[in-house]
Design a protein around this ligand. Sequence first.
Ligand code: DI6
Ligand code: FE
Length: 407
Amino acid sequence: MSATPIDLLIRNARVVACGDANCGVSPPGFVAIAGGKIAAVGVGEPAHTGTVREEVDAEGALLTPGLIDCHTHLVYAGNRAREFEMRLEGASYEAIARAGGGIVSTVRQTRDADPDTLFAESALRLQSLMRHGVTTVEIKSGYGLSLESELKSLRVARALGERFPIGVRTTLLAAHALPPEFSGRPDDYIDEVVQHILPEAARLGLADAVDAFCETIGFTPAQTRRVFDAARAHGLPVKLHAEQLSNQHGAALAAEFGALSADHLEHLDEAGAFAMARAGSVAVLLPGAYYFLRDTTLPPIELLRRHGVAMAVSTDCNPGTSPTTHLPLMLNMACTLFRLTPAEALLGVTRHAARALGLQATHGTIEIGKAADLCLWNIDQPAALAYEIGAGALRARFKNGVQHPPQ
Ligand code: DI6
Ligand code: FE
């Protein structure tokens, strides 16, 4: 190691760099951080001759990349606990949506909320994610569904990233549901999205990517294609809610546009998996939604493995189908429900989640030159992160090399 001043030296850590498929653990060693980035990683004690501003003794704890939650809808107002009760009484998610409940009821509450209230309600969820070790989060709009409310949601998402020590990537999901004022006129709403909402979000720099809900209760593949064409025209990468409730061949459509990811995928077929592999799109698995909807169609994990599609795991934090901010619990569910290995699940919230956000060059693994986003855990092996249900084993969390007490 050279004599560059080190801002933070984490010693005596067992490093899980997430650079290899097995999530191997290094013998006790160190990570040195300078200027918010990883400057050195090694086994044993560092042979450093320069200044070290601060030291942390990890006492043999496991050090992983900071967790990345690559698919959330966490900016919304209100909750849907009553709808949860209705579903327990027998109503289906689709039936509630068709009857004007579901997404549209959150849209009403989100539109009515002033930006400060929306920020405050969303901040509680963001702080909870941070307590679970999340250092980067993707936040979608999609509960505004008008120019003004979509921009309000994206601004709140950006503001959250400025206020809290967490990286925020925003995604415009204006094509999430049909707003009531466009009832029966989905193509007119898509006109509004591609002619006004998307261009304005792009012009203001409020969206890092564009998403859509391609589904029988969402938008058709033809409508999704129009949204993707507009995203491309504005230089924005795309992602897609695809094959969640039925096979609309959305994953193949997303792959055609070089999508960062296709998400959910319970009804994905072989052609879709093949197209994703060829495009390098990540499969984002959302076991919270599968569980909460009591879905019985499993995403085709073996197919994804066979085609070499990278798999990410995320909370899908949203009020209707996955009201959770517990990303480590999603690791457990990804293993228990979807039969991922604990190593696959961990890669799904680190290396592959970074790729699902286009951040693979700077985030997701412990490597020299990458952002010093790190988590220290009171566990003895990587599998314990997925194994211990709700244990809260986080010992310390570092964002850009700075340790922040739990918020
Ligand atoms: N799929 C989902 O699981 C969420 N959105 C989507 O496109 C559900 C959103 C909600 O019910 O509020
Ligand atoms: Fe979602």
